[in-house]
Ligand binder design. Structure first.
Ligand SMILES: Nc1ncnc2c1ncn2[C@@H]1O[C@H](COP(=O)(O)OP(=O)(O)OP(=O)(O)O)[C@@H](O)[C@H]1O
Length: 346
């Protein structure tokens, strides 16, 4: 459904400054996949999406999207895809239902089909009670649902969602996702989305593509990324004052932990022992039994599953949650990137 090779975008800002927003991305998305693109502010996610949706031309490389080349046949790409950008796509003075019908007509649907699609989408996205309301009178969450409906009006095979749920409250986010996943199940749509909500990428996407400084630095299922790049953490608190051989209980416990499968980065801080292990949930009973036979008491044991933020930290040494994550490098010695797109990470 998508195949890019060496996809690149440079923005020439001035004679001395070029922003290398996307630096040679190779991406393959199969029909029916739901792929989340993650990365810090300024990583190049929106720029990539704008190239794939034909809104801007690549500087170099190639992209075939929904059967057509974005550079040589952008019209076909546009007809086959839906795009929900970061801003609201709907006109403000129109009524919600009219907006949908007009959008359908813009995509070449005849008047009857456009009205039928409008009806279907009003129901599918719970917009029916709002059909006669002006877009400007809708709440943020209602407008976001209308945006998604607008992206779907021509029944695209491939839907791009740029931060679909940013700014929505948890209830509205969950509601919007329910609608998106149902529509996907019904129509077998391929979905590519960007998000700053790591939990959203983790639970909704079958594949997570991590982008940093305009490059793909990881691409796999969320589970595989967490297992291979971050790993489980085991946190134990030693309960007994000392081990039978005179060492501190925590040090003795740490010695047991080092023998667990995949154990690494074992640290002792007072009575607390922490380590990365292959399977923390399985390690808890193992270590408790081993401690008991060594005459040690474990006061508490916690199996901590990694998050996608741990994955990013392991890959880059930075947290995705850090505000002010560095933007794309530029040619300017002062690296004065014009980062007008910066937003707060969730
Ligand atoms: N029209 C433009 N002119 C100059 N620089 C641009 C332009 N559009 C984007 N950039 C720069 O390209 C880099 C990548 O921006 P992009 O919007 O793709 O990042 P992003 O990963 O989507 O970030 P965010 O999570 O903040 O939306 C940034 O440094 C941005 O400032």
């Amino acid at each position: 459904m998508i195949r890019t090779r060496g996809l690149t975008k440079d923005f020439v800002v001035s004679r001395t400054e070029t922003v290398h927003a996307v630096r040679g991305i190779d991406l393959d998305v199969a029909p029916g996949e739901l792929v989340a693109v993650l990365g810090p502010n300024g990583a190049g996610k929106t720029t990539t999406m704008r190239m794939l949706t034909t809104l801007i031309r690549p500087t170099a490389g190639s992209a075939v999207v929904a059967g057509a080349d974005v550079s040589t046949d952008p019209g076909t790409v546009r007809r086959n895809i839906g795009y929900v950008g970061q801003g609201n796509g709907a006109g403000h003075v129109q009524r919600a239902a009219d907006e949908l019908t007009v959008q359908g007509r813009v995509y070449g649907l005849d008047a009857r089909t456009a009205r039928r699609r409008t009806d279907e989408l009003l129901d599918a996205l719970d917009l029916r009670p709002l059909a006669r309301r002006k877009v400007s009178d809708l709440s943020g969450g209602q407008r976001r649902r209308l945006d998604v409906a607008l992206g779907l009006v021509h029944a695209p095979q491939l839907l791009f969602l740029d931060e679909p749920s940013t700014g929505l409250d948890p209830h509205t986010r969950a509601n919007l996702w329910e609608h998106i996943l149902r529509l996907r199940a019904e129509h077998g749509m391929t979905i590519v989305l960007t998000t700053h909500y790591l939990d959203e990428a983790d639970t909704m996407a079958e594949r997570v593509v991590v982008v940093d400084h305009g490059r793909v630095i990881a691409d796999d299922t969320a589970d595989a990324l967490k297992r291979d790049l971050a790993g489980d953490r085991l946190v134990l608190r030693a309960g007994a004052p000392g081990a039978p051989d005179g060492r501190s209980a925590a040090a003795a416990l740490a010695a047991l932990v080092t023998r667990l499968p995949g154990a690494r980065d074992v640290t002792v801080d007072g009575p607390v022992v922490e380590a990365r292990v292959a399977d923390a949930a399985a390690a808890v009973p193992q270590v408790v039994v081993a401690a008991a036979s060594a005459g040690l008491t474990v006061a508490s044991a916690q199996a901590v599953r990694p998050t996608l933020d741990d994955v990013f930290l392991a890959l880059t040494g930075r947290s995705l949650r850090d505000e002010g994550a560095p933007a794309a490098p530029t040619d300017d010695p002062a690296d004065a990137t014009t980062d007008s797109t910066r937003k707060d990470a969730a």
